[in-house]
Design a protein around this ligand. Structure first.
Ligand code: NAD
Length: 336
């Protein structure tokens, strides 16, 4: 089997490739990535020694390049995206180019090359937000209601992907996943930002009152969910993927990390002003993927956080320069 992974030098794509190669070593993997600030080719340098893995530098919005890498491919998993909400507020254009136009180019090439499956990685942020008082969860039936340029561009790409199933019969599947965390996540995102701040002796910034609720999923569990959908998912279907059964707000999450890192919450938390359009609560029902495909998360939040803290402690050279870039982005943002 020849698999095209887009965005495989990013956080989730890297974890997916490492897992897939370990479990299906006979498959040939092509990692097609533009290497934006979020991509790091060296994540997979060990695999470069094998003949089953190839890295190709390129943009999913470049139709000619996409046609070339798609030749002979059986299966596509599209991780490539601009993925950071704050950056989408600062510069929405890149989000439309990659997330919408790029997905379109991949779909066209996948159709021409008659791939047996096109799997699109999406987010629960397409559903908008729930109120803190609500007991509801997002599910496959929830109406799309995105609130940032990031989530709007992901929503557009999901609609486009499904339209290629309904209009052209392309065998597509989609997963709408909650917030991931784990090894290789760029330190601009909430959990690695908290951990790396603490490792550098800096406080954790908490937006607003810290009562925003997110669903958290350890990245390996997300990867296993994608594998389950590739193996047994039905074309034309979407699957919601989440990690928690109980709501956890940002403040509680920060305190859990402080506890693991043995730091006093009174000294290491700093409340900062809230960002525009900051969604209040996300919660995901993963009943369908559980019932239809037998998937469930393996890691508890505590186990996932411990594994993540330990990875960032042991891989400081991986994140130090990325951290400088991410923090200068946040400083620029604060000046606006
Ligand atoms: N991280 C999360 O919590 C989360 C949750 C749900 C869904 N998702 C989705 O999962 C996917 C992967 O997210 P991530 O956190 O790994 O993102 P990431 O930002 O870490 O990685 C994105 C990768 O895509 C590459 N890329 C960007 N633009 C490209 C282009 N035009 N052509 C080719 N490659 C390009 C980057 O170089 C990078 O390697 C995204 O589609 C995202 O929307 C992420």
């Amino acid at each position: 089997m020849k698999i095209l992974i887009t965005g495989g030098a990013g956080f989730i794509g890297t974890n997916f490739i490492l897992y897939h190669h370990q479990h299906f070593p006979q498959d040939q993997i092509i990692n097609f990535d533009k290497l934006t600030y979020a991509g790091d080719k060296s994540n997979l340098k060990e695999l470069e020694k094998t003949s089953r893995y190839h890295f190709v530098l390129g943009d999913i919005a470049d139709r000619k390049m996409v046609d070339r890498v798609m030749r002979g491919v059986d299966l596509v998993v599209n991780f490539a995206a601009e993925s950071h909400v704050d950056r989408s507020i600062a510069n929405p254009r890149a989000f439309l180019e990659t997330n919408v136009l790029g997905t379109y180019c991949l779909l066209e090439a996948a159709l021409e090359n008659k791939v047996s499956r096109f799997h699109h990685i999406s987010t629960d942020e397409v559903f908008g937000a729930l109120s803190l008082a609500s007991k509801n969860k997002f599910s496959e039936q929830t109406k799309y209601d995105p609130s940032s340029p990031y989530s709007a561009s992901k929503a557009a790409s999901d609609h486009l992907v499904l339209s290629y199933y309904h209009t052209f019969g392309l065998p597509v599947t989609i997963t709408n996943c909650s917030n991931n965390y784990g090894p290789y996540q760029y330190p601009e995102k909430f959990i690695p930002r908290m951990i790396t701040n603490l490792l550098l002796g800096q406080k954790i910034p908490i937006y607003g009152d810290g009562k925003h609720v997110r669903d958290w999923l350890y990245v390996e569990d997300h990867v296993r969910a994608v594998e389950a959908v590739l193996a047994h998912g039905k074309p034309g279907e979407t699957y919601c993927v989440g990690g928690l059964k109980k709501d956890v707000n940002n403040l509680t999450l920060a305190k859990a990390i402080l506890k693991i890192m043995k730091k006093d919450p009174d000294k290491w938390l700093e409340f900062v002003s809230d960002r525009a359009g900051h969604d209040r609560r996300y919660a995901v029902s993963w009943q369908k993927i559980n019932q239809d495909l037998g998937w469930e998360p393996k890691y508890s939040l505590e186990e996932g956080l411990r594994a993540t803290v330990s990875w960032y402690q042991n891989n400081q050279t991986w994140w130090q320069n990325k951290k400088k870039e991410a923090e200068s982005f946040y400083q620029e943002l604060a000046k606006k």
